[in-house]
Design a protein around this ligand. Sequence first.
Ligand code: SF4
Ligand code: SF4
Length: 145
Amino acid sequence: MKDVIKAFRKIVHLTFPPESSNRPVVCNLTRLFDLTFNILKAHITPRQEGAMIIEIVGSEENYRKGIAYLKEQGVNTSSVAQRISRDDEACIECGLCTALCPTGALAVEPAARRVCFESERCTACGMCTRVCPVGAMKVMLNNDW
Ligand code: SF4
Ligand code: SF4
């Protein structure tokens, strides 16, 4: 049987200063580092700063090089997983969020009958924050989103 090599993938939040908005820095991830990317969300603020959430796929080494390149170009990068959190004390395990979470980051674990949260799968869509009855889910993005 053929070995299946799992690609490294990460969901990343990027913010661009106005001066970099005309440069193809994100496209260069493919050209220079053999990474593929999928834009999940994009936004321009009133101050002409760009913000984007993208999923980057490739080798882990190339991912690190690509992120270093973005930083060199003045792009601020952070993992989306660092921007989403759940207050486990507040969560009442109602399961409402699991019906709406598009990525399966929030899912019921049948054996433990618990709602599990896997932050690395989160795209910061914010759906869970709108339905959670106790405000347990927090997405820390700019108010502009
Ligand atoms: S913000 Fe909430 S609903 Fe959206 S992907 Fe993340 S965990 Fe799922
Ligand atoms: S909606 Fe809120 S309280 Fe209900 S399982 Fe999800 S995080 Fe917990």
